[in-house]
Design a protein around this ligand. Structure first.
Ligand code: NAP
Length: 287
């Protein structure tokens, strides 16, 4: 099968490229230098002779999106529309990655795939528009919503906490945002499994199972680098004055995956232990 990954240089893109190549597929891996997903001529030139296009290119700066919503919209909504039209034209399947930010975050129970999208901030609005644009322009798509993504190839939360723990005696982390820390390697694997399973077109949730808050996740990170987790203290989101609102509750249910018999990603804590052994490894083979 011939794959194309747009956004291959991003945090998820890197691990997805590795995963697709490991399976022996033909792969065209492109990022901004080779393709502009917001430009239909650029897309037409690059997107051809493929079976599957995975779009992990996005405007992901949540706070900056509040100031630059028009730019974020072009990348997160117009881009997916152009890709969806092109995929329909050439008969390719489109796999697109979306986010928990399409929900309000006000729920107290896991969001299922059909729950109403009611984003509170600009980033979520643009990502929700991207989902609508895909559904309106192709019948052959998989939208995978993920959340709390971390990986070795980006400025991810675990790397930040590790770095801060090297210069500070105490880390203060919020307890009132609940979610599912999700490793890019696991999400890449899920995307490949969905394609292999010829999953019906629709929306799927691609997050770790279980739920936690940033405080408890940070304690697990600190433990995994051999430090005393009691250096992590509690605070609330109100202590941070951030331009974009954060969802308080970002737990996603995996009902659509279960319906088609594709196993969801495992429990966040067990997956973190596995991820930490790779992300914080000094072995050059893991770099
Ligand atoms: N990170 C998270 O916690 C999280 C949570 C939920 C959902 N997601 C979703 O997961 C996906 C992957 O996220 P990520 O964290 O891996 O993203 P990322 O690291 O920010 O990578 C995105 C990539 O897309 C590229 N890009 C931006 N605009 C483009 C354009 N017009 N044409 C071509 N490429 C362009 C970026 O290039 P530049 O660097 O040059 O801009 C970057 O290489 C995104 O759809 C995101 O919305 C992420």
């Amino acid at each position: 099968m011939r794959w194309l990954i747009a956004g291959a240089q991003g945090m998820l893109g890197h691990d997805l490229v590795d995963r697709v190549l490991a399976d022996g597929h033909d792969l065209i891996a492109v990022d901004r230098e080779e393709i502009d997903i917001t430009d239909s001529d650029s897309v037409a030139q690059v997107v051809k002779d493929i079976d599957v296009l995975v779009n992990v290119a996005a405007f992901t700066a949540v706070d900056k999106a509040e100031e630059e919503e028009a730019t974020a919209f072009t990348i997160n909504a117009t881009g997916p529309e152009i890709l969806a039209r092109r995929c329909r034209e050439i008969g390719a399947r489109l796999i697109h990655v979306s986010t928990d930010y399409v929900f309000s975050g006000d729920s107290t129970e896991p969001y299922n795939e059909e729950h109403l999208m009611e984003p509170k901030g600009a980033y979520g609005r643009t990502k929700a528009a991207g989902e609508w644009a895909i559904k309106a322009n192709t019948d052959d798509y998989i939208i995978v919503r993920t959340a709390w993504l971390y990986g070795r190839h980006g400025n991810s939360f675990p790397a930040t906490m590790k770095r801060l723990s090297e210069t500070r005696d105490k880390l203060t982390v919020v307890t009132d945002e609940i979610g599912q820390p999700t490793w890019t390697v696991d999400l890449a694997d899920l995307i490949v499994r969905l394609v292999d399973a010829k999953a019906p077109s629709g929306v799927y949730h691609g997050t770790s199972s279980g739920a936690t808050n940033w405080f408890t996740f940070t304690k697990a990170i600190i433990e995994s680098i051999g430090k005393d987790p009691s250096m992590v203290g509690e605070t609330t989101a109100a202590a941070f004055n951030r331009p974009a609102p954060r969802p308080h509750y970002s737990v996603l249910a995996h009902e659509a995956l279960q319906r088609i018999g594709v196993a969801p990603i495992g429990d966040w804590r067990e997956r973190w232990i596995q991820a930490a052994s790779v992300m914080f490894s000094n072995d050059p083979a893991d770099q």
